[in-house]
Design a protein around this ligand. Structure first.
Ligand code: SF4
Ligand code: SF4
Length: 491
């Protein structure tokens, strides 16, 4: 397959060697799990349990609400000790409604849905229903409900299901290990998703710095003519959906459009494996593989972790810290978020936990912009970070919007490269949040206006109908009166 260049990008110190040779190990079941109701983009799940309830492994404990939502399941058997606000893995550190499950140590399974023995004979709808009921969300970090994404084949003509194995964030190696150790399951899950989407072709794209994953996936795919495994250049942010799509199709996703509008739907490798488990085994999403790494971690590892495990337990499992971390990160160092505390739980979108030393963190104080233009040269979205930041600093969000700040994929490349250490991406995340809020407000006002207009039209119509009815009644009365007079005269 021919590859196309992507614009800009950077080559940070990847430090993948810290964990890449660590085979996936399974974390012993914690005694307590903290399962937030909001682990995905969309509406939070609605709890089905209360304190004191006994649950079994795989049992649905919170159902999805609305079109974009996902249910939660018990990762083990035990007793619900509370449904209450608890620390959430969000930089704000704000608490979130959480189901707290005390494990009983028996790990006893609930009755699971029947496996779908031949997924390719099943209807696409049956696959999507199973994926929705299994609580699967995008496991590359975006956490968008996967069943909603599988619906895109209904509205759009899709050509390619693109399986994202780029894993371009430094330090993270969990996808690499999943591909090396579970290649057959990933390919099977990808083929099942392609069937649900109606996409004729599957492309698995892996950065060239993962030769063992490339080999394992190529072997697993070799039996299927419609599955192609390709190596893509090591260039951050190759793993962004838009840029990976551009690398394999040569086409840029227009602003405010989806890659699906170009006929390409992108899913992560771990999501493909989770779909396979849900369809072939009837298992909902109860755990995920993630990387614990960074210079401050004594024994970096790739670990299969039950959803709801507290980060402190992962750090203990990795031998603790060998020095005081300068920064704790949820995800990769480029796009990840600061971890507010070690007591927050792992959720479905947690791809990594990093504990970085002062040498691994650039904590230099920001200086003035020297207008070197480097941020413009490397921006993979063709934006002008220095100008956008200047507008945002002066509270001119509309001007930043005109320069395309909403097209920024928050990759952090501009902040990373800036010789003045200006935290550019923070400006853009702030501006995007504010603009989204503004749009929401405008839509609300627009909706209220439309409702008021519709109400006024309904009242006008009702008044007109009433008037017409009265006029008709009067006319009928006159006619009756005239006829009676006529009858009297003729008599
Ligand atoms: S890289 Fe930094 S210093 Fe250079 S133009 Fe951009 S914002 Fe200014
Ligand atoms: S964070 Fe946004 S503006 Fe900066 S390089 Fe990435 S896409 Fe461009």
């Amino acid at each position: 397959m021919r590859l196309f260049p992507i614009r800009g990008g950077i080559h940070p110190d990847y430090r993948k060697e810290l964990a890449s040779e660590q085979a996936i190990v399974v974390l012993p079941m914690p005694t307590e799990l903290f399962i937030p109701l909001q682990q995905h983009i969309g509406a939070p799940a609605e709890t089905l349990v209360a304190a004191g309830d006994l649950v079994k492994k795989g049992q649905m404990i919170a159902r999805s609400q609305g079109a974009v939502s996902a249910p939660q399941h018990a990762p083990t058997s035990g007793r619900i000790s509370a449904v209450t606000n608890a620390p959430a893995p969000h930089p704000s550190g704000l608490a979130q409604l959480t189901i707290i499950l005390e494990a009983d140590g028996r790990d006893e399974w609930a009755e699971l849905p029947e496996p779908i023995a031949d997924p390719f004979a099943a209807t696409p709808q049956a696959i999507k229903d199973r994926v929705a009921a299994s609580g699967i969300v995008g496991m590359g970090g975006a956490a968008f409900p996967s069943a909603v994404k599988l619906n895109l084949g209904i509205q759009l003509k899709l050509e390619i299901l693109l399986i994202n194995g780029a894993e371009c964030e430094p330090y993270l190696t969990c996808d690499d290990r999943v591909m090396r150790e579970h290649a057959d399951e990933v390919v099977d899950g990808a083929r099942i998703m392609a069937h649900a989407l109606g996409a004729p072709k599957v492309v698995v794209a892996i950065e060239d710095n993962k030769p063992q994953a490339l080999a394992a996936m190529a072997r697993a795919a070799s039996a299927y003519g419609n599955v192609e495994v390709i190596g893509v250049p090591v260039q951050y942010p190759m793993g962004s959906e838009r840029h990976l799509t551009q690398a394999i199709t040569g086409r840029e996703t227009p602003a405010k459009k989806l890659t699906a509008d170009l006929g390409v739907v992108v899913h992560n490798v771990a999501t493909a494996r989770a779909v396979r488990d849900a369809v072939r085994l009837g298992r909902p999403l109860l755990s995920r593989v993630l990387t614990v790494s960074g210079g401050a971690v004594r024994e970096p590892k790739n670990i299969e972790v039950p959803i709801g495990t507290r980060v402190s337990e992962l750090i203990a499992f990795c031998g603790g810290f060998n020095s005081e971390p300068s920064r704790l990160v949820n995800g990769g160092p480029m796009m990840g978020q600061p971890l507010p505390s070690l007591e927050v739980p792992v959720v479905k979108g947690t791809s990594g936990i990093l504990a970085l030393t002062p040498e691994e963190v650039n904590d230099a104080a920001p200086g003035p912009c020297i207008r070197c233009g480097t941020c413009v040269t490397i921006c993979p979205c063709g934006l002008s970070p220095l100008e956008m930041a200047a507008f945002i600093r002066n509270d001119k969000l509309d001007a930043a919007a005109r320069l395309g700040v909403q097209d920024c994929v928050s990759c952090g490349s501009c902040s990373w490269i800036c010789p003045s250490h200006i935290p550019l991406v923070h400006y853009f995340n702030y501006a995007k949040g504010m603009l989204m809020e503004q749009n929401r407000e405008e839509r609300k006002i627009e909706r209220t206006k439309t409702l008021a207009e519709e109400h006024a039209t309904r009242i006008e119509r009702a008044a007109a109908a009433k008037q017409a009815a009265m006029a008709a009644k009067l006319a009928a009365g006159k006619e009756k009166g005239g006829a009676a007079a006529e009858e009297k005269a003729s008599a």
